[in-house]
Structures are given as structure tokens and as C-alpha cells.
Write a protein of this length. Structure first.
Lengths: 189, 778
């Protein structure tokens, strides 16, 4: 009886400092508080074949937990809508709809951004190992793919932000090319 | 046997042997051609060709159930691997990654001959700058990941141009890397057989192989509850043939056994029974011989009609044996044969009308019954007396006289109620006149509602094409056909751009005409020239001209590459697409361009007028298959109405000329008319929708029923029919009712409709003729 009591006290002691410090759980709680909003984005893709990065910009809007719209205005108007597992892309006169449930690799990719936005730790840890550094005001979350199939596409995803807001996402692809997505929240009046 | 008897028997035997040889060598079929027009219009010809040889009729859809998703996927992969090795299958698709690699390779390798964007402007400095800038922009898009590896070789984005014209419509769901149903509970495959849709044997064999290989796959995967569902036009054809086969033997057996039982009850003599069946067997054989000689192919349904023929043909020997018992053969010939002959002739009038039908099935039924009845009557008249001699003591039937006469008197008392009932029936038919008829050809289809529903479900799950709308163009040769397809394609492109149609398929997309290939090749600049233009075009682009060496190489290769022909497609699934859309016919080539509806809120219909307008001026034919089917059925129905009226007119004329009395003619036709109205009202009230064969049934009620009315007319002459005559009529009527009535049990709509009308109709014709017989006519 006493042994057990001591053991549980010991466990309590172990967990106490962790609760106070900034960890993935804390970050996820902060992120989950964000119920949606709009942001302007600029995306730069660094491709070895090209002398200059490809730059695109537009607006993004997010509604918790699973609706994300990315509207590219420059260089070409293109709308990408993610609603639950349906991904649709509209570009010029072409419209393409993909059921992500059919594409596990693409789903894992999409989950990296969706899981971060909604603070869904379980969804993230299904495909990635998470590493957090920094403070609640300036944090960097690194996602390393745990599945070989995903690792063949992307080596590392680095998300940075402050409190419950994401500021940038960087994808480092397996071929060395990378893309950086910067976001600037728009105040909703 | 006497000398003439031996001679008659020998002649008959020889004829039968000859007939047996013909039947032995006959070709029997149970396919769709029963329903397809004998003299099709150009649009109907497309329909017929599509139904017989169209690629859609060679598609089988397979759903695998049981186990869990990974097990189902494993079974799907294993089944595909097994079937693909076999020559019986042209293509087996299950959505597996890599299964389309050969197609993508072909499209990429020949992109400069295939892409519609390849024109001289495309390779000018401005053209290159614009198309390469577009590709670079595309890198910004999520789709960019897909094109990035191809960019150095295909900076102008020809592969994207090619793929964007292909069907971007609904794709099946995927679970564990293979196609799955919408609910994910079944793995789906789409299989193309090597056998044509019209080759029922080939389809049956292919289906059997699929079942066998699936059992192996399931065993391999260790799934004990694995099940497979299979549907498609081939499966329907096989199933309907099985149905018809089993029904033909079942129905013939039922009616033969029942009729033999009746005959044995009457004759109580094996010898008389055997002799009595002689005209029937001869008639049935003659029917098949006539059809086989006239049409080359005998439909299974025609043979199924034999059950009715047996019931009708046995009448003549019944008349002979029962009526001639007392009188002897000569007296029978004198007294009764003219009446029987007139009955035979009215039946023949009815069946002859069908001969002129453009609906091949109907024409065959007509010829079959016509030759069968005629032969049975002739055998009865000329062979039977000689073989039977005068020694055929028949059981004394005089004890039947009293009850039969009581029955007739009872019926005669029911005249007014019968007339009132008929008026009521007519009122029902007039009120419900708009709901009486089934509107389309599906009424005649042997496909059960259950099978139809399963087919719909599989089709929806796999998004299989149904090819309802099609543009068809004829040409003298392959090159001409492909050029015509390219011209029509340009016209259709405007409709796609305007959103009138969702898209279209064309063989020219994968195999352009030689002229088109030559013009595309001529658009490609020489290496040095291209190098110089690229330098100029890419001066300010992030994609430096120096990195596009592979592009210049590929263009140089394309300039010297020989033109692609049909053999270049071997090993890809595109070969199948081209072969099914570009078809050689005895009189030239024809090219098919299936159209896809715009979808979304515009639904699945294509505005026919808009397409016709766009194609105006070309000799392209736009066809809505569903519309053609409905038109075809309406044509058949219209024609059958005319033929029935013509048959009726012939019967009336025949009776009028023979009887030379309007009163007697009216007395014969009245009960027949009443019988028709009562039967049709009865069938309608029983909840059956009438179709073409019910209409034919009405004609046959008159043609067959008149036989009984004629005896009462004769009875009218002599005031009263003697007991043997009455008994023979009752027995003959019973056998006819058994013969046609058996058909009513059939699940084949064509046979069922004739049975359900003529069976009760013949009985009513006898009863009503009795009711309205005698001096005190209404």
C-alpha cells in the first residue's frame, strides 16, 4: 500500500515539471483554440532546375477542423479546396477532384498541414515524428516522416509560428527542392 | 398395312429424315438479334453494330466481397494477374498503380505527333516563351510536383495537353491501391473480353474462367467467405440463353406430358396415342426446318414457342380420331375436313401476318407456327388415315353428351351477363387507355429486375461507360475515317469549351491521321533553329535554355521518327480504345466518337439539337442510343398493329368468302371479339403492362379461336352438334389451352405474353362460341 503511494507520488513528481514547460501537447492545445480565419500567403518554391524561385501568392482561409481553401492569385488564378477528404483544384477551365481517401500518400501530406492547423496530435503522429523547439511565442515544430513512402516524397516539414498561429511552413523534398509558405493573418472584422 | 399406307408412310419417313438432317445442322442462338431490326435505318445500324460488336458489350464488371480491404485488394491483384495472362481477355483493369505505365509511356514518347497544341506557332520565340512560362507557373501549383521531373524534356507541356483531353470524369474509389465500391466494401474490376458481345459461347467461356480464377485467388488469399459478383452485357446474354434453354425444355415437357395425359384419357390406346402425336412431331420438326432454311439461324425463343404449337397441332388428329370413329375416314373427309381446313386456313392467316414483320423474332415465330400447323394438318389429312386404317375404335364418349349439352344451355343463358361484362371490360380499357402499354423495348428483355438492379449498382460503383450518345462517321479507308474524326473533333471542341458537353473520346487522339501527323512533324524546328529560339525565348525566364538539352533531343528524334500506325499501340490499353472506336466494315470504315454529358447541374442528358447544329454540314451522324431504342420499339409496335389488323382483315375476308353470309360471319366473329376484350381487360387488371406480344396474342386469339367458332357455325347448319364432335372440340380446346397456357408460365416476356393471352383466349373463344350458338341468337 505504502509502496504504491510512493510510486504514484513519484510519477506525479515526474509529470509536474512537464506540464509547466512548453511541449507538443501545450502547442496542440493552443492551435486547437484557433477556430479559423483568413491569411495572406506567399509561397516560394526553390527548384534546382530553375535559376530563381517560383513565387506565388494569394489568400488562404481555414475553418476548423477540416476545411481549408487556398486561393492563388499570382501568377495564375487557381483555387484549391480541401473539404474533409475531398481535394478539388480549379485552374482556368479545368476542375479536378480527388478523394484523398484513395491516395494515402497525398493524405499524409495534407494531414501535415491540416493536423497542425487543428492541433490534432494523433493525426500528426500517425505519419510523423514530432520535434518541438522554442517558446510559445516563437516555436518551431519539425515533422519527420515515419513512413518510407512519404519519406520518398518529403524529407522534412518545418512549421513555425507564435501561440496558436502558424507563420510559415517549409517543405524539404526528397530531391533537395524546397518550398516555403509564409502566412500573414488578416484581421476579420 | 395397305399399299397406299406403306407409300404414305415411306414418304413421311423420308421427309422426316430429311428434316432431321436439316435440324441437326441448324444453328441455334439465344442472343439479342431476336429483337434487332431486320432492315435497320442508318442510325439503327449503328445501334445494332454496337450491340453486337461494340466495346461496351465486351465489358464485364466484377465486384469482390468478403474478407477485409487488404485481402480484397490482394484478391483483386491476383485475379488481374491471372486473367491478364489469358488470351480470352483483352484488358483487365483494377486501378492498380503501374497498370497504366505502358499508356503513359506511349503518350509521352509520341507527344509531338499526338498533342493537338503542336503547331508552327508553338515553336516560335513567342510561342516557346508562353508555353514554357505556363509550365513554370504550373510548378507553383500542387500539380507541379507531378510535372517537375518531366520539365526538362517537355517544357512546353505537351503531355499535360494530351492528358487534359482525356476523361477527367468520375474515377472509381480506391482502397489499398485498387478500385473499390463507393462504400469501400467491395473491390472492383473492369474486364474486357476478347470475345464479341454477340458471341455468347465466348462470353460464357470467359465468365466461367473468371469464376474459376477467382476461386483460385480466394483460396490463395485464404478468404473463406470471398464472393464475386459479375455483371455486364455478356453476363446477361449468357444468363438469358440459359433461361431460354431451360425454359424451352421445361415448357415443352410440361405441355407434352399434359397433352399426352389428356390423349391417353380419351383414347385409352397406345397405338392411337402414338398415331395422334404423329402430326404434332411432324409439325414441330417442319417448323424448325422451315425457319432454319429461311433464316439460317433459329432463335431459342422460337423453339420455345413449340410448346404452343404442340397444343394447337394435336387438335387435328383429335378431330380425326374422335369424329371419324363412327363415320370412317371417307365420311370424315367429306363432312368434317372442310371445317377443319377452314380453321387451319384462319390460323395460317394469323401466322402469315407475322411473316412480314421487320422484327426478326416475330417473323420467325410466324414462319415456325405457319409451317408447323400446315404440316400437322396435311399429315392428319393425308398420312394419318392411311396409317390408322379404319381400325381405331375410340372409347364411347356418348355419356359426355348430356353434361356437354347442359353446359351449352347454361352458357346460352349467360349471353346477357357476358355482354354486360364485356361492356364493363371495354370501359376499363378505355379509361385506362394511357396506362395499358409498356413504353419501351425493355418490356421484352429477359433480364430480370434483380439482375438489372445489380448491374446498375456495379456500373455506378465503377463509373463504367454506358455510351448513350455517339457521333458516327463513315469513310472509305482508315485515313479518311481518322481525318473525319479530327474534323468532327474540332467541332466538338467548341461544344466542350461552351460547356454543352463534358467531353468526347476519339481514336484520332491516340492515332492521328497520317496527314495530321505529317503536319505536326512539319511544325517542329531543326535543332539549331530551336536552340536559337530557346535562347531568345528564355533570356529572362528562371528556366535557362541551357537546361533544355533533353527537349532539343526529343524534338530532333520526333522529326525523324516514322509516323505512328496502329501497331505502335500494341501492348497499351489505348489500342483497345482505338480498335473499338475505329471499325472496319465490309463497305468501308466507320469511326465512333462517344460523347460525355457535361454533368453537374446539367445532368446526364446532352442537348441533342445543340450537337446537331454544331455538326451541321458534315456527314457525321449524331445518335442517342436510348432514343433509337425507343423509336425502334415504337416502330415495331406500330408495325405489329398494322400486321395484326391485316391478319384480322385476311381472316374476315377468308371467312366471308367461304361462308357467304354476313350473319354467319358476325356469329363467328362476335364471340372472338368478346374473348379478346375480356382477356386483355383481365391481363390489364392483373397488373401486367401490355406490350407488342400481347398485341400479337390478340390476333392469335382470333386466328386460333375461330377453329372452335366454325364448328358451332356448322352445328348451326344441322341445328345440333353430335356428342363426338362436341367432345372432340372440348378436348382439342383443352390441349390448345394447355399448349399456350404453358407459355404463360414462362419468365421470357415474349413467350409469357402470347401464353397469357392466347391460352385463356382460346378457352373463352370456345365457351363464348357455345354461348352464342343455336337458333335463338342475340
Amino acid at each position: 500500500m505504502i509502496k504504491r503511494l510512493i510510486a504514484s507520488l513519484f510519477l506525479l513528481a515526474l509529470t509536474l515539471p512537464a506540464m509547466a514547460a512548453f511541449d507538443v501537447g501545450q502547442l496542440m492545445t493552443d492551435l486547437a483554440k484557433n477556430k479559423g480565419g483568413k491569411a495572406k500567403f506567399t509561397e516560394k518554391k526553390y527548384i534546382s532546375l530553375l535559376d530563381k524561385p517560383v513565387v506565388s501568392s494569394g489568400e488562404m482561409s481555414y475553418t476548423a477542423p477540416d476545411r481549408l481553401e487556398k486561393r492563388t492569385l499570382v501568377p495564375k488564378v487557381e483555387t484549391l479546396l480541401l473539404d474533409k477528404d475531398m481535394l478539388s483544384i480549379e485552374r482556368e477551365k479545368q476542375k479536378l477532384s480527388i478523394n484523398l481517401a484513395n491516395q494515402p500518400e497525398a493524405l499524409a501530406f495534407v494531414d501535415s498541414i491540416r493536423g497542425t492547423l487543428s492541433g490534432n496530435r494523433a493525426a500528426l503522429e500517425k505519419n510523423y515524428a514530432l520535434h518541438l523547439s522554442g517558446s510559445p511565442d516563437k516555436w518551431v515544430l519539425t515533422l519527420l516522416p515515419s513512413d518510407q513512402k512519404i519519406a520518398a516524397l518529403v524529407l522534412r516539414i518545418t512549421v513555425s509560428g507564435s501561440k496558436g498561429l502558424i507563420r510559415s511552413i517549409e517543405y524539404l523534398q526528397a530531391d533537395g527542392d524546397r518550398s516555403v509558405l509564409n502566412m500573414e493573418p488578416v484581421e476579420v472584422k | 398395312m395397305s399399299r397406299p399406307a406403306v407409300r404414305a408412310f415411306l414418304i413421311w419417313l423420308l421427309a422426316m429424315l430429311a428434316g432431321a438432317v436439316v435440324v441437326w445442322n441448324s444453328h441455334f442462338t439465344a442472343d439479342m438479334s431476336f429483337f434487332l431490326p431486320a432492315k435497320p435505318s442508318p442510325a439503327q445500324k449503328v445501334l445494332v453494330d454496337q450491340l453486337k460488336e461494340g466495346v461496351v458489350t465486351r465489358l464485364l464488371m466484377v465486384a469482390i466481397e468478403g474478407g477485409d480491404a487488404p485481402k480484397r485488394a490482394a484478391m483483386s491483384r491476383s485475379l488481374r494477374a491471372r486473367l491478364q495472362k489469358l488470351p480470352d481477355f483483352v484488358a483487365v483493369q483494377n486501378g492498380e498503380a503501374g497498370s497504366l505505365d505502358a499508356d503513359r509511356d506511349y503518350l509521352f514518347r509520341h507527344r509531338y505527333l499526338l498533342s493537338p497544341a503542336v503547331k508552327p506557332e508553338r515553336f516560335t520565340v513567342d510561342g516557346l516563351r508562353a508555353s514554357i512560362a505556363n509550365s513554370v507557373d504550373l510548378l507553383a501549383s500542387p500539380a507541379g510536383m507531378m510535372i517537375k521531373p518531366l520539365l526538362p524534356r517537355d517544357p512546353t507541356g505537351e503531355l499535360i495537353e494530351l492528358l487534359s483531353g482525356l476523361n477527367a470524369g468520375a474515377q472509381p474509389n480506391v482502397r489499398d491501391g485498387v478500385w473499390a465500391s463507393r462504400d469501400g466494401e467491395r473491390a472492383m474490376l473492369l474486364i474486357q473480353t476478347a470475345a464479341l458481345g454477340s458471341d455468347t459461347d465466348g462470353q460464357e467461356q470467359a465468365i466461367a474462367i473468371i469464376h474459376r480464377q477467382f476461386a483460385e485467388s480466394a483460396r490463395e488469399a485464404g478468404v473463406s467467405d470471398a464472393r464475386m459478383q459479375l455483371s455486364g452485357p455478356g453476363a446477361f446474354a449468357v444468363k438469358s440463353r440459359e433461361t431460354i434453354k431451360s425454359e424451352v425444355s421445361k415448357l415443352s415437357t410440361i405441355s407434352t406430358v399434359a397433352i399426352i395425359a389428356v390423349l391417353f384419357f380419351v383414347y385409352r390406346s397406345l397405338r392411337l396415342l402414338t398415331l395422334g402425336l404423329l402430326p404434332v412431331v411432324s409439325g414441330a420438326l417442319a417448323g424448325i426446318v422451315a425457319v432454319s432454311l429461311a433464316y439460317g439461324t433459329v432463335f431459342g425463343i422460337t423453339v420455345g414457342f413449340g410448346s404452343a404449337l404442340i397444343g394447337e397441332a394435336v387438335d387435328y388428329s383429335i378431330y380425326y380420331f374422335v369424329q371419324s370413329g363412327r363415320l370412317g375416314a371417307d365420311a370424315w373427309r367429306q363432312r368434317f375436313w372442310p371445317t377443319v381446313r377452314l380453321g387451319v386456313l384462319t390460323s395460317i392467316c394469323g401466322f402469315t401476318a407475322l411473316l412480314f414483320s421487320g422484327f426478326p423474332g416475330l417473323a420467325q415465330l410466324g414462319l415456325y407456327s405457319l409451317s408447323g400447323v400446315l404440316t400437322a394438318a396435311l399429315v392428319t389429312r393425308f398420312i394419318l388415315p392411311a396409317l390408322a386404317g379404319n381400325d381405331h375404335p375410340i372409347r364411347d364418349l356418348s355419356h359426355l353428351a348430356a353434361p356437354l349439352n347442359r353446359g351449352i344451355r347454361l352458357l346460352q343463358g349467360l349471353r346477357w351477363p357476358v355482354l354486360l361484362l364485356t361492356v364493363a371490360a371495354s370501359v376499363v380499357l378505355v379509361i385506362d387507355r394511357n396506362e395499358l402499354w409498356h413504353p419501351n423495348l425493355s418490356a421484352l428483355s429477359t433480364v430480370s429486375a434483380e439482375d438489372g438492379a445489380r448491374d446498375q449498382a456495379l456500373r455506378a460503383d465503377i463509373s463504367a461507360p454506358d455510351s448513350r450518345y455517339m457521333v458516327v462517321i463513315g469513310a472509305a479507308d482508315r485515313e479518311g475515317a481518322l481525318q473525319a474524326a479530327e474534323r468532327a473533333g474540332q467541332q466538338l471542341d467548341t461544344l466542350v469549351a461552351r460547356g454543352v458537353i463534358g467531353g468526347y473520346d476519339s481514336p484520332a487522339r491516340f492515332l492521328p491521321s497520317q496527314a495530321m501527323q505529317a503536319s505536326r512533324r512539319a511544325s517542329l524546328p531543326e535543332a539549331d533553329e530551336l536552340q536559337a529560339r530557346l535562347q531568345a525565348a528564355q533570356a529572362d525566364s528562371p528556366l535557362a535554355a541551357a537546361k533544355l538539352g533533353a527537349f532539343i533531343e526529343d524534338i530532333t528524334t520526333a522529326r525523324t521518327q516514322p509516323a505512328i500506325g496502329r501497331d505502335a499501340l500494341d501492348g497499351t490499353s489505348l489500342a483497345l480504345a482505338v480498335d473499338s472506336l475505329l471499325v472496319q466494315r465490309p463497305d468501308g470504315w466507320s469511326v465512333l466518337l462517344p460523347l460525355r454529358p457535361a454533368g453537374g447541374d446539367k445532368g446526364l442528358d446532352i442537348p441533342v439539337d445543340a450537337v446537331r447544329t454544331a455538326l451541321a454540314g458534315s456527314d457525321a451522324l449524331f445518335i442517342d442510343m436510348k432514343l433509337e431504342f425507343d423509336t425502334l420499339y415504337n416502330d415495331y409496335l406500330h408495325e405489329a398493329t398494322l400486321l395484326s389488323l391485316a391478319g384480322l382483315a385476311a381472316i374476315v375476308a377468308l371467312l366471308g368468302v367461304t361462308l357467304r353470309s354476313l350473319l354467319r360471319l358476325g356469329a363467328i366473329l362476335l364471340p372472338l371479339g368478346l374473348a379478346v376484350i375480356l382477356v386483355i381487360a383481365g391481363v390489364h387488371l392483373a397488373g401486367e403492362q401490355l406490350h407488342l406480344l400481347h398485341l400479337i396474342g390478340m390476333l392469335l386469339i382470333v386466328a386460333v379461336g375461330s377453329n372452335y367458332a366454325l364448328f358451332f357455325d356448322r352445328g348451326g347448319d344441322e341445328d345440333r352438334l353430335d356428342p363426338p364432335t362436341l367432345a372432340s372440340m372440348a378436348i382439342a380446346n383443352l390441349t390448345t389451352a394447355i399448349g399456350f397456357g404453358t407459355l404463360a408460365l414462362s419468365s421470357v416476356p415474349v413467350l409469357h405474353a402470347v401464353g397469357i393471352t392466347v391460352g385463356p383466349g382460346a378457352v373463352l373463344a370456345l365457351l363464348l362460341s357455345a354461348s352464342f350458338s343455336g337458333k335463338n341468337r342475340v
